[in-house]
Design a protein around this ligand. Sequence first.
Ligand code: UGB
Length: 637
Amino acid sequence: MSGNQGKPSILAGAGRGRVIDDAAALRLLEDQKHLFADWPSVKASLETGTSIQGRDRDILDALVELDARLDLVTYTQTAKRLLQDATNKVNPLEGWSPSVPQGDLLEAHSEQWRAMERLGLREVGACAFVLVAGGLGERLGYDGIKVSLPTESTTGTCYLELYIKTILAFERRTGNTLPLCLMLSKDTDVATRSLLKDNNNFGMRADQISFVVQAGVPALSNQEAHFVPDNNSILCKPHGHGDVHSLLAQSGLPKKWLNRGLKRVFFFQDTNAFALRTLLPALGSAASRSLDVCSTCVERRAGEAMGALCLLKKGTQQLLKNVEYNQLEPLLLSTTGQGDVETPSPYPGNTNQLIISLSGEHGYVATLERTGGRVPEFVNPKFNANRTFKKPARLECMMQDYPQLLQEGSCVGFVTLSRRAVREYAPVKNSPESAIDKVKQGLDAHCASSGEADFYALHGDFLRCGRDVVIGGKEPGVYRGLSVEMPPRIVLSPSFALIEDDIISKVKGVTVHRGATLIVEGEGSVELEDVVVEEGAALRISTVKGVALRVLGLTVKNDGYRVEAPGVTKAEAIRGFRIVKRDETHLKFEEPGSYAVAPLDLSSDDEEEEAPRMSPLILGAAAVLAVFLMMRYRKIS
Ligand code: UGB
């Protein structure tokens, strides 16, 4: 893998008065002579050590900067070899035969799932978090940074806020301050840092958050690995999320985390709102099996843009590997004669959420020290009919190829998470147009509107862990041409509940009808008993730290929130709708203390009396006071 490990560039001083006589340097520049407006003059300046000016000098400077960072000789050698293979349709996994690996399978709502959640909650206090967020949302058709996208439009909480709020909830449950590292790129760096700054890091301390920034690698226009001029410089493209390992190795952060007693690192991606919710059962599974690396998987569909975990064998060699979605078909065709055609696929689907142990001989720290975190590279050129490139390619690498750096004796595994109501994985990757194509192929849409519907479906299914919970039906809708069934819009903050046990202990007899909205937000502890949110109505419960609230026997009827045509924001445009608050019942508690909401239903059977009725709420408030006084009396007594 490329990387110059800080060695000076063999091109240093080129065009600036230094004689370049290093054969490798001259060959490298000769190979890229198409970049220069006047190669003969450049060549002369290299041989004589004269300085040149203008664009060609800028190109030389750009090559020097790239070589100092990447070692361009190795980069172009690797590129030529891989591009040759790609052009000749050589299957990089030639000779490897795939079989279905054995791993843990956890079903939501099962005792085994809850047991793993409990263990995960104990272990999460020793976890560091790494979010790879360097990718731009090209496929999504969204020009902003993906982590600023709302996970749902009811509260508008964006991905980065949700991730940070969940880590802070882990902290409150474990008492440990936990680090978050973001891998950014030149495309996402500035915007992500200002999103955090503008929102006061969403409540996280600044010293908890660190950044590593990936730089691009030269784009390649053909199989000779010719670079592409870009004005007075060289066109670079992202090198892939695999950079995270070499950048963390250079940062020294993993060692610091290990020295302060942390045990594992959790790697996750930018637009899967379920990522940190699925962490706990997966972490329990990884810890219970002392895995050095654990991949989190879900059931996979044929042809899905999701890698598949395969146990690959070649002679005596054996490897548990994520076979990426562009490689799976040729591998299966060449070995089983059948392509990637089965749904569900026998091979677990890689959600690219990795749990890696920090310590030990096969731990992350030792492995990074030994390998520099340089995971294998690949190329994925797109060809025209005449085998020329449709668009420039580049060397890429993937974070899930980290296990290939491990040595004999390491323990690599996976856990498949399954939930009947909704798949434990709802990335937002596709524009509405490409989502429509995916659905036509029988695949999940994985776009903003379906991601939002899945979010509500998961929270509704989570709420069902409580006794006698009823979640109303879905409302069909068509958004930007895509049919999406919208469940009741339930948003449960991570501090309300993290694991099924939390719901079981806090929720009983709750009904959220079709088209209704239930929001439980804030850091207080909330219990719900016999609460009904009528069709289309909205109940919002907001508490601050130190609030203990019981909501008892409450029926909510109001105009609620409505799904309406999108407004002007890009986030609404890619969704095809917006949510508008018409009315809500908002129980807001901003002072620490114990509270209960229990409206007395004075509506007696003899309705015809038409007695002047005091609004239930006033009565309710009186009840609150009464209960409050009683509890204070009890507390005092
Ligand atoms: N990313 C970076 O930070 N830097 C980069 O250079 C590129 C990406 P994509 P991809 O979710 O189902 C992955 O583009 O790579 C970040 C797995 O490989 O969304 O096509 C980017 O910001 C695949 O096996 O996905 O596919 C984002 O957070 C499967 O798991 C993340 O990397 C697939 O994700 C992923 O980038 C999936």
